[in-house]
Design a protein around this ligand. Structure first.
Ligand code: GLU
Length: 445
């Protein structure tokens, strides 16, 4: 613990005002520092010190014009965290909360997540404090084109391949891909999450949500349990939540909640496939609020709250970072929840995770459970490089294998001296080793 404290005080001093980055590093340091203690090869080469320093950070101005002719200025970022095992890889987030701290935490997490997939993917993340909410398609296009007009000189299919994240979906990727192609005069796989007609992989839209549920199946199987008939609480209503919900329905679970930044809906009858089709229309086309679901289907809408107060067996936080707090963790346990798996990045606070681990709740962190999205992005890169397209069944099969492998890695490194399994420890150490060994092999770079 002493070495974690001194490691963290250095991190905090060197990265002031970046609480999310400190939080992500602390969680990894708590697993990795005890692991490397008796392995001088990692200590002498200062691997963790180097991993917590981005290889490069690009910050740029993004000017654009609204439909009414107003000039707006946003800030764009790309954090190129690690290229030890492959080109920088990770999404772009457009949200008013985006700042350097958020993107450094995300890029750091991404490095471990990508390593866990076993694919050749380094770690990166980017985005802007631009708020897509309420903007017209033309304003979104103006912004995306301006953003790419700077970013294009820093990325390439062989060195940095962004994708989507919060606020960046197929529409935004399309606009950015178009602008990149125009500026560079080349048609390459420089972004993933593209539309299928211009190089996108089948199953990429579904991959994060499906992968999350595939991982949960392995967690349950280890304890001779199944998902069939279980009550599931999901937060969020975007890409990850939608496809986690779809897979849960297919496997016979009953999902009772969805949420957005204004509150959550509680549908005790369960959200079925028709209701999901409505949610997809509402969120992806009309870009409306989840409250409309409650009005349409006559169920409860709880304003200003997250879903962690409902009765459920399984909780899947799929909204955003730090959305599940200590008191939520206690409430979930009180209400019978026995499994928590993260669809979002870092949705549970450290205090909540401690509650789960101390109460023997099956808990697994996002860098393991939500890796399916970036994994299929990796498969999209392979298909683009080969200039061909794999079938849905082929990609889904590979996704299932990757999630099973990640679960196996967590088990390999996650057992603690008292015999308890910590998916946090397993994911952190499993992700660390591959990047660390590549860094050592490549010398002091
Ligand atoms: N933003 C996603 C994540 O958090 C996907 C990144 C990608 O596909 O590159 O992993």
């Amino acid at each position: 613990m002493k070495s974690v404290n001194s490691f963290m005080s250095r991190i905090i001093k060197r990265n002031p005002g970046e609480p999310e980055f400190h939080q992500a590093v602390q969680e990894v340091a708590e697993s990795v520092l005890p692991y490397i203690e008796d392995k001088p090869v990692y200590v002498k080469t200062k691997i963790l010190e180097r991993m917590t320093e981005p290889e490069r950070v690009i910050i740029f101005r993004v000017p654009w014009m609204t439909d009414s002719g107003e000039v707006e200025v946003n800030r764009g970022f790309r954090v190129q965290m690690s290229s030890a095992i492959g080109p920088y890889k990770g999404g772009l987030r457009f949200h008013p909360s985006v700042n350097l701290s958020t993107l450094k935490f995300l890029a750091f997490e991404q490095t471990f997540k990508n390593s866990l997939t076993q694919l050749p993917l380094g770690g990166g993340k980017g985005g802007s404090d631009f708020d897509p909410k309420g903007k017209s398609d033309r304003e979104i296009m103006n912004f995306c084109q301006s953003f790419m007009t700077e970013l294009f000189r820093h990325i390439h299919s062989d060195n940095d391949v962004p994708a989507g994240d919060i606020g960046v979906g197929a529409r935004e990727i399309g606009f950015m891909f178009g602008q990149y192609k125009r500026l560079k005069n080349e048609f390459t796989g420089v972004l993933t999450g593209k539309g299928h007609s211009y190089g996108g992989s089948l199953i990429r839209p579904e991959a994060t949500g499906y992968g999350l549920v595939y991982f949960v199946l392995h967690m349950l199987k280890l304890h001779q349990r199944s998902i069939d008939g279980k009550i599931v609480a999901i937060s969020g209503s975007g890409n990850v939540a939608q496809y986690a919900l779809e897979k849960c329905i297919e496997l016979g679970a009953k999902v009772v909640t969805l949420s957005d930044s204004s509150g959550y809906i509680y549908d005790q009858n369960g959200i079925d496939a028709d209701k999901l089709a409505y949610v997809m229309r509402l969120k992806n086309e009309e870009r409306g609020r989840i409250k409309a679901y409650a009005e349409r289907f006559g169920c409860a809408f709880v304003a200003g709250k997250t879903p962690w107060e409902v009765n459920c067996d399984i909780a899947l936080p799929c909204a955003t970072q730090n959305e599940l707090l200590e008191e939520d963790a206690k409430m979930l346990i009180k209400n019978g929840c026995f499994c928590v798996a993260e669809g979002a990045n870092m949705p549970c606070t450290p205090e909540a995770i401690e509650i789960f681990e101390n109460n023997d709740i099956l808990y697994a962190p996002g860098k393991a459970t939500n890796a399916g999205g970036v994994a299929v992005s990796g498969l999209e890169m392979s298909q683009n490089a080969l200039r061909l397209s794999w079938s849905r069944a082929e990609v889904d099969q590979k996704l299932q294998e990757i999630m099973e492998n990640i679960h196996r890695t967590c088990i390999q490194y996650g057992y603690q001296p008292d015999g308890r399994l910590s998916y946090v420890q397993g994911a952190n150490i499993g992700g660390f080793i591959r990047v660390a060994d590549a860094m050592i092999a490549q010398g002091l770079v």
